[in-house]
Design a protein around this ligand. Structure first.
Ligand code: ZN
Length: 488
């Protein structure tokens, strides 16, 4: 697929080419002016869809909201939207419509991933130098390839460039891909992301560094003026090695965000830290407590607050690339696969194929205890993968790992699918996505096998449709395999 028509990003100067003598405040003021000038509507149109009417018949339909599947279903797609959904025979096909048999297939909504880190993975190397429109688009295409319709880049994407990217994507300037959303991040100076991501985000000035409640409130207000709806904060000292947001600054971010109707995602991995951010009103918990048992005080708090919860478990798991499953290799350049297989030493976040870490069994035991208790207490699980936080992870396939992990830990396949589709759509305010239902965008996955019988059947992808149009998965694979256009 040709990519040469992709325009270079405009208006990135205050992030990419700052005048050396310009103060940080001046740069922020310029960014703020740019923010003021745009309005980003998360659910506006992305791609033109075919106007023809198509009737798809015979598939098992998984609606995505947890309701019972329709075993011999029919749905009609017109202008990129579902205009009828039901049992076969329940709807009259519009005159002149094209009919497509989907007997033996299962259809589920395309997924919504609320937590990833786009732009830095280059597959030959990794870092800020890769952060371009073209590379963000490449990652979004990989997500679409694996059945994801929307991805939120959380905390690590530069604000102004991201707003511009959203505008360009909504204007139809890019080829089909997952829809890009982003949430600006907040951390204390030199805090926030892990050491690898931190280098990249620092180079782009992608994180709002705040030390006082006043700075925090002012920064959140700037985001509100830019009509940003989601923000992220890190509340973590990484084992005493990092500065951590103070409770006062954390409360200021959350309170100010809520004043403006914004949603706050909070990274916290220790029990005490999760307790604090939930009690302070964080709307979305990111990560799972994996080293401590949850206590009754926390469970009572969860019952009261019912936060959304992006578990992002899979990133800490051994990579599926080691299992020689072609599903995970198709979007990875062969040298990356070779390197992962040759890596036997375990390092945090780095994909490798060595023996389990000495701590793996204990982690597994704690997760097996904590996961069902979080769910029972009312944490509203949503799909997030953390893909892109570290080199060597594939965009899009991580979603399928996360789904299988949830089911392994006790969630039903039906609930897992709802947590990957309708619930994250609800969280992200995407009223046009997340279920196979009349009026929604016809973004769906066609599977060769039933994931309600085995959740790993979400990997048996026959086709992916975005806004009623088939996403050309074969063309993607061909592009990724061409040496001259190999992923950067
Ligand atoms: Zn993350």
């Amino acid at each position: 697929m040709a990519r040469s028509y992709i325009e270079p990003a405009r208006g990135w100067h205050c992030i990419y080419n700052p005048t050396p003598f310009m103060s940080a405040q001046m740069k922020m003021a310029l960014c703020c002016i740019a923010l003021l000038s745009v309005a980003v509507a998360a659910n506006s149109a992305q791609q033109p869809a075919s106007a023809r009417t198509v009737v798809y018949e015979g598939a098992r339909l998984i609606i995505g909201d947890g309701s019972a599947p329709i075993d011999d279903g029919v749905f009609v797609v017109q202008n990129g939207r579902f205009t009828a959904v039901g049992r076969r025979g329940s709807t009259t096909a519009p005159a002149g419509a094209q009919h497509v048999s989907m007997s033996g297939k299962t259809v589920m909504p395309a997924m919504v991933n609320v937590h990833a880190h786009l732009g830095y993975e280059g597959y030959t190397s990794w870092g800020a130098a890769h952060y371009t429109d073209r590379n963000v688009l490449d990652h979004l295409q990989r997500e679409a390839f694996y059945g994801t319709a929307v991805v939120q880049s959380v905390g690590s994407s530069p604000t102004e460039a991201s707003i511009q990217f959203q505008r360009d994507q909504q204007a139809g300037k890019f080829p089909p891909a997952a829809r890009f959303l982003f949430a600006p991040g907040f951390a204390p100076p030199n805090g926030g992301p892990d050491a690898v991501l931190r280098v990249a985000t620092s180079a782009l000035g992608a994180i709002n560094e705040v030390s006082t409640p006043e700075q925090a409130r002012a920064a959140v207000r700037r985001m509100a003026l830019g009509r940003i709806k989601h923000v992220k904060l890190w509340f973590d000292d990484r084992g005493g090695t990092y500065p951590k947001l103070t409770p006062e600054v954390t409360r200021a971010i959350i309170d100010e965000a809520h004043l403006h109707g914004m949603i706050v995602h909070a990274h916290a991995i220790a029990l005490a830290d999760q307790k604090f951010v939930v009690s302070a009103g964080a709307d979305v918990l990111v990560h799972m407590v994996q080293r401590e048992r949850l206590d009754d005080e926390y469970l009572a708090l969860l019952k009261q607050k019912r936060p959304y919860w992006a578990t992002v478990i899979g990133l800490g798991d051994p990579t599926e690339v080691c299992n020689r499953d072609p599903f995970f290799e198709q979007a990875l350049p062969p040298p990356v696969v070779t390197k992962i297989r040759a890596t036997t030493e375990r390092r945090p976040l780095e994909p490798s194929c060595g023996p389990p870490a000495p701590t793996a069994a204990a982690r597994e035991q704690t997760m097996a205890e904590n996961f069902p208790r979080m769910i029972a207490a009312g944490a509203r699980i949503v799909l997030g993968t953390d893909t892109g936080v570290h080199p060597g992870h594939t965009f899009g396939s991580g979603e399928h790992v996360e789904l299988a992990r949830w089911v392994q830990l006790g969630l039903s396949p039906m609930d897992a699918i709802a947590a990957a589709t309708s619930r994250p759509a609800e969280l992200m305010g995407l009223s046009d996505l997340g279920t196979v239902a009349v009026g929604k965008r016809a973004s769906f996955i066609v599977l060769d096998a039933n994931p309600l019988e085995n959740i790993r059947n979400t990997r048996r992808i026959s086709a992916v449709y975005l806004d009623g149009a088939p996403f050309d998965r074969d063309a993607m694979v061909a592009t990724w395999r061409k040496p001259t256009t190999a992923p950067r």
